[in-house]
Design a protein around this ligand. Structure first.
Ligand code: NDP
Length: 325
């Protein structure tokens, strides 16, 4: 069966795209992916989703979004995509169990926050360990916290967190920052920020109590170990956009994020992208959802003129679009 819309990914971007496509009678198929529900499934209370004045738990919010999309006819499939062929239309999407053909694709595969890989970090994620200062900074009013990393994200988060925290300790594995000079100057000038240089995080405590009370670090030069008492740890060591399936097919920036233009359009007509897979700046659930809405509307508009595109190569379609301009 030829589909109108296949959405790859089921975070706020993918499910909002599915909701809008379903309400436009396009019978979208959503392929959930390995981390169904996306990054909000790893959080606890979400206080910045408009409409919930007391906040809502991340997994509950995603459950509601999923049910809402299904209520309007979106079909949501467990499983993850192993290959996508966009060289001609209809596009072909292969999962571990089946393959699907579709007139349009909406890519909402998100980005994954890099973690240090400690077992304690995984256990305490959402319970004092966070990968998003904008989302969780407010929970740490008057408390000492640590930020791990030395890039622009780490400095931006450290500076932002000084609005709430009593102190911010930046833990960085080298003795110089990767962050831009302007960001470094701001961070060094902030009296609430101190630095632990050449330091590696060895452990986060206290897993048995399910909350953070300290971070254990080791100095990579002297070998000295110490525990810094903190109540929150922000891991800011970068994000990886989930775009390996699209390498060589879609235009990406140097960091692997999909490039979109005029809303959600990618370099292939009929393929749209939304959410963190194409946004390394805002990375918020609400902006992801907004861009999911845009992708569904863009797909709908594209489908209005699609019969003439079917069976053509993407190169021919791009040529046609260029002559139309
Ligand atoms: P980056 O890759 O630039 O920095 C990651 C930081 O984390 C580095 O300091 C790196 O250390 C450290 N790190 C990586 N892996 C580990 C690990 N396993 N253990 C300990 N430390 C680790 O990522 P960012 O998210 O900071 O930035 C991504 C891009 O976005 C950059 O181009 C940045 O300029 C841009 N950006 C711009 C902003 C702005 O202009 N306002 C704000 C935020 C991001 P090391 O330095 O030793 O490699």
């Amino acid at each position: 069966m030829l589909r109108n819309v296949v959405v790859i990914g089921s975070g706020p971007a993918g499910l909002t795209a599915a909701l809008y496509a379903a309400r436009a009678n396009l019978n979208p198929l959503v392929i959930e992916g390995l981390e169904a529900g996306g990054q909000l499934m790893l959080t606890t209370l979400v206080e910045n989703w408009p409409g919930y004045r007391d906040g809502i738990m991340g997994p509950d919010l995603m459950g509601e979004m999923r049910a809402q999309a299904e209520r309007f006819g979106a079909e949501i499939l467990r499983g993850h995509v192993t290959a996508v062929d966009m060289q001609s239309t209809p596009f072909k999407v292969t999962t571990s169990d089946a393959s699907y053909e579709s007139r349009t694709l909406i890519i909402a595969t998100g980005a994954t926050a890099r973690l240090l890989g400690l077992a304690s970090e995984r256990s305490l994620l959402g319970h004092g360990v966070s990968t998003c200062a904008t989302c969780d900074g407010y929970f740490f009013r008057g408390k000492p916290i640590a930020v791990v990393g030395g890039g622009d994200t780490a400095m931006e988060e450290a500076i932002f967190l000084t609005r709430f925290a009593s102190s911010v300790t930046v833990i960085h594995r080298r003795d110089t920052l990767r962050a831009s000079k302007v960001m470094q100057v701001k961070a060094f000038a902030n009296p609430k920020i101190t630095f632990e240089w050449n330091a590696e995080v060895e452990d986060m405590t206290d897993v048995s109590r399910g909350e953070v009370d300290g971070v254990s670090i080791r100095n990579l030069v002297t070998g000295e170990r110490k525990v810094i008492p903190v109540e929150g740890i922000f891991v800011a060591i970068g994000h990886t956009p989930n775009t390996s399936l699209f390498k060589g097919q879609l235009e990406m920036d140097a960091n692997g994020y999909l490039i979109t233009h005029s809303g959600s359009k990618t370099s292939i007509p009929g393929v749209f992208a939304c959410g963190d897979v194409q946004d390394h700046v805002y990375r918020q659930a609400v902006t992801a959802a907004g861009s999911g809405c845009m992708a569904a509307i863009d797909a709908e508009k594209y489908l209005e003129g699609v019969p003439q595109h079917l069976g053509k190569t993407t190169e021919t379609m791009n040529d046609e679009l260029r002559t139309m301009k």
